[in-house]
Design a protein around this ligand. Sequence first.
Ligand code: FAD
Length: 435
Amino acid sequence: MAPTYAGWVQTQADVIVVGAGPGGASAAYYLAKEGFSVIALEKSFFPREKVCGDGLTPRAVRELEIIGLPTPREDGWIPNWGLRMVGGGHRLEFPWHEQDSFPHYGLSLPRHSFDHKLARHARSAGADVREGWFVTGAIRDERSGRITGVTARQTDAEGRKTGDEVTYRAPLVIAADGVSARIALGQGIERKKNRPIGVAVRGYYKTERHAEEWMEGHLEIWDGERGKSKLLPGYGWIFPLGDGTANVGLGTLSPKGTPPKLDHRALMETWIKHSTDDWGFTAEGQVGKIQGAAIPMAFNRQPHYVPGMMLVGDSGGMVNPFNGEGIAYAMQAARHASEAMVQWREATTDKAKEQALEGYARTLKDELGGYYSLGRVFASLIAHPSVMKLCTRYGLPRPTIMRFTHKLLADVYEPRGGDWADRLLSTLTKVAPSA
Ligand SMILES: Cc1cc2nc3c(=O)[nH]c(=O)nc-3n(C[C@H](O)[C@H](O)[C@H](O)COP(=O)(O)OP(=O)(O)OC[C@H]3O[C@@H](n4cnc5c(N)ncnc54)[C@H](O)[C@@H]3O)c2cc1C
């Protein structure tokens, strides 16, 4: 419940955050920790489901370490020590590397629990996270052209809007409302059509191998029986959750922003039937529904800052086009949003204040722009199943190629120093244009 005084709801803050998924909750945490007053408006009530693979690479674990969220096993966090890749007739395990900048393990936790923990963490830092508030749009001041707040309505447990529209005001709004990007769209910030977009579905299946500490990725998706049917431009995953089930999913990638017209649920059923027999998944062992969503990649919505408003996470299309991972990047962006806000507070002129906020978008481009440009090339290549087939058949068994590829796909290379693969990746991402 929102704090009230004799029926009056607090609607002013230093920052209004829209959405309390990983991006919004992290932003709320960092900003509250820095002493800003923060109201985060979340349309749903925790704990709630979010369609996701529930998998975290070492890059995401690093963000969890930075934000200080404990990840003990007894709370359901299951470690993984690397990625098993299946494709081209191979089944090979690639452990996460020992590195200076990243932990050498990943984690899994259903989003139902993950997002709830992160929202509680934000509250523990002093953020006012309000559940059951649907933000209907941003408010722009006609005179200055700045975003100065949002309008929102309360929702009930079924998601129905109740009550009148309430105006929330703040010098900064953070739009972390996910792939729907309603707030950005309302301000005319459209999706870039030349960026890759994924569509993925996932379900939970019972399996005796639920406690296995490896992520499994399938680089080939067959339209029917393995090796005897058509190869499709997609990838599959199996992430054991340690609770009797695994998160099983499948995604396809479209390099030019138009999702392919495929029946992903039917495709997943076919894939599970023909290519995952060693996991013992059955229709009877399916827990809950198969659900899907779009995955916005490679900064497909920009600018990430307009006067008075920052886009964080999926609303700014921040998912990694190499692997479909988005949680780490939403959290990273939230961290930089808070840093920019601290500089805004310290700046003494209007111009310097605005430059501080604009610095947020620049930092994202500096850190991720080159890598995402490489990812766009990768997405165009693997859109051709024949290329993927050649890569998996001849690349997977070659340790030198795979050392490089593993670091590239998981985005866990050392930005400075490291081995030859780190140095090569670091150079490539620097010379690739950041767009
Ligand atoms: C099938 C699938 C599998 C995936 N697997 C992985 C994976 O294994 N690992 C990984 O790292 N990433 C994965 N991703 C991507 C990942 O889910 C997202 O990148 C991540 O959730 C982005 O976080 P976010 O905070 O930006 O947005 P979200 O997590 O979508 O959070 C947005 C929040 O805003 C709220 N909201 C939306 N609109 C409003 C509104 N108008 N008013 C108030 N609140 C609002 C929503 O309820 C939600 O809580 C997957 C995605 C899909 C679709």
